[in-house]
Design a protein around this ligand. Structure first.
Ligand SMILES: NC(=O)c1ccc[n+]([C@@H]2O[C@H](COP(=O)([O-])OP(=O)(O)OC[C@H]3O[C@@H](n4cnc5c(N)ncnc54)[C@H](OP(=O)(O)O)[C@@H]3O)[C@@H](O)[C@H]2O)c1
Length: 338
């Protein structure tokens, strides 16, 4: 089978297409024939060496994918050959990710994909949608699971709603009944955030975002889903309602923040830090179930109509796919594997 591998960190040119033997699934594992792989910033960050030394001598990149189960290991009760599935965290603690034709994974990393959902959407879920789910389910007064109505009455502010995680946060929050406000840096991105389901968009380059958000939410917002805290925390603290949650999942735009202690504790708000790699199995399973329910409801999609333009690359152009994500492609970068 064909696989894309790297054996040293560096630019996307370290990726090479090779032939490898397919592995057999062991106890508690299935093998998935990958149709589509999703590319996320974490893939190029690990490959580049930004996240430290390589954990394995040879790595197939890719946390996310979608395809069909083609072999089932001993003791696996809930999957059968032919099942359509989506994957998450395929490569976190293992050398083999989704940029290959067949990947063996523990069943915990594999979730049934409803018949109505395409492989494109399946490959776009793992990292972005699970991160968004976590960010939306840790508030003091909010739900710990998402379902229609779970966020009814809540106002969610999504920073950078045209990003992959931002898009997923808008779609999931809208499905759960929240009013969604999204900040964006351009009119094009405003159109995408609105297509994802944001009722209100605020172009922070053209308007004073605090004033605009306060006008839309005079009592403040309940949850902020934050991608760029170094740039936005002051804004977040000025619009969060008492006991609200500011969920921070990235350090885009800077890694250091300075806070006024008094201004911060006066909000009675909480900061929820979010990292998929340490979030724990219970949160991952809850996210997988709720996201799949949103898919089955037809409430989660990809493509222009859902505010997430797709960019397809063939497997042999995985290096170009990584480069596209690294250069900030707007939308979702997918690899057509088989
Ligand atoms: N913690 C986790 O587990 C986790 C999970 C997934 C992703 N992440 C991280 O989250 C970040 C976003 O991932 P993604 O896949 O959503 O990326 P993406 O599709 O490239 O979106 C990033 C968005 O961030 C916004 N942004 C705001 N300030 C920015 C700045 N100073 N520089 C760059 N972008 C800025 C941009 O929107 P505007 O131009 O409208 O501001 C952009 O649309 C990445 O750093 C990724 O590594 C973390």
């Amino acid at each position: 089978m064909r696989a894309v591998v790297y054996t040293e960190s560096g630019e996307s040119s370290v990726l090479e297409l090779v032939e490898r033997q397919s592995a057999e699934p062991g106890p508690g594992e299935v093998r998935v024939r990958i149709a589509r792989a999703g590319v996320n910033p974490t893939d190029w960050k690990f490959r580049s060496g930004k996240m430290g030394e390589l954990a394995f001598p040879e790595i197939v990149p890719g946390q996310d994918g979608a395809g069909v189960v083609d072999a089932v290991g001993p003791d696996v009760a809930h999957f059968a050959v032919g099942d359509r599935v989506w994957t998450m965290l395929a490569q976190h603690t293992r050398p083999g990710g989704t940029a290959q034709e067949q990947v063996v994974l523990p069943v915990e990393n594999v979730t049934p994909l409803p018949d109505s959902a395409s492989f494109d959407v399946g490959a776009a879920l793992g990292v972005p949608a699970v991160t968004a789910h976590r960010a939306l389910t840790t508030s003091e007064d909010g739900p710990d699971r998402l379902a229609p109505g779970a966020l009814a009455g809540a106002i969610v502010l999504v920073a950078g709603g045209a990003g992959a995680v931002g898009n997923a946060a808008i779609q999931l929050a809208s499905w759960a009944g929240a009013t969604v406000i999204s900040t964006v840096s351009s009119d094009e991105k405003a159109t995408l955030a609105a297509a994802a389901g944001a009722q209100h968009t605020v172009n922070y380059r053209e308007q004073d975002p605090v004033e605009a958000i306060r006008e839309l939410a005079p009592d403040g917002v309940d949850i902020v889903v934050e991608v760029a805290p170094a740039q936005n925390l002051r804004l977040d603290l000025q619009v969060i309602r008492p006991r609200g949650t500011i969920a921070i999942y990235a350090n885009n735009g800077g890694d250091e923040v300075t806070l006024s202690v008094r201004e911060t504790f006066s909000t009675n708000a909480r900061f929820q830090w979010v990292l998929l790699y340490t979030v724990g199995g219970a949160a991952l399973r809850a996210a997988a179930e709720d996201i799949t329910a949103a898919l089955a409801d037809g409430a989660f999609g990809v493509g222009d109509g859902h505010g997430l333009p797709l960019h397809h690359f063939p497997l042999e152009q995985t290096a170009e796919a990584h480069a596209a994500v690294e250069e900030g492609a707007v939308g979702k970068v997918l690899i057509d594997v088989t």
